[in-house]
Write a protein that binds this ligand. Structure first.
Ligand code: IDP
Length: 143
């Protein structure tokens, strides 16, 4: 198994519900290590750029409005098969379809406000990490 890095966001709904600690605990319990983390309040431009692949879809404007509605936590996670491991603990995009015990099943009810983002591939992970973090902000574990 490969050690990978992935990019994660705790979205405004989960931050507003005081779930940062609970969700970080899920990452760490799943063997994912947090290498970088910060709270930001995304600008319209930042959110539109981050979700550029969805531009033109019916939910795009609502998604951007939601992602700029309050602060989020952005983080870099590392671990064995981190991209898939994180997607598994997140659960399906629509919380109604998410497996029991996943973050989205436990902490979200709407597809439009689904608690977390996680990269879907190593290529998007690298792009998304670079979108929010400089190299200096990512701290490899040395002990
Ligand atoms: P993902 O976040 O599970 O990777 P994507 O298909 O990449 O899912 O969609 C990005 C985000 O856009 C979702 O997490 C969700 O917040 C929002 N979204 C996706 N599909 C819908 C929809 O049909 N209605 C409202 N929001 C949606």
């Amino acid at each position: 198994m490969a050690i990978q890095r992935t990019f994660s966001i705790i979205k405004p709904d989960a931050v507003a519900k005081n779930l940062i600690g609970a969700i970080y605990s899920r990452f760490e319990s799943a063997g994912l290590t947090i290498l970088a983390s910060k709270m930001i309040h995304m600008s319209q431009e930042q959110a539109e750029g981050f979700y550029a692949e969805h531009k033109g879809k019916p939910f795009f404007d609502g998604l951007v409005a939601f992602m700029t509605s309050g602060p989020v936590m952005v983080q870099v996670l590392e671990g064995e098969n981190a991209v898939l491991a994180n997607r598994e603990i997140m659960g399906s995009t629509n919380p109604a379809d998410a497996a029991r015990g996943t973050i989205r099943a436990d902490y979200a009810t709407e597809v439009s406000e689904n608690a977390v983002h996680g990269s879907d591939a190593t290529e998007s992970a690298a792009r998304e990490i670079a979108y929010f973090f400089t190299d200096d902000e990512v701290c490899p574990r040395t002990r």
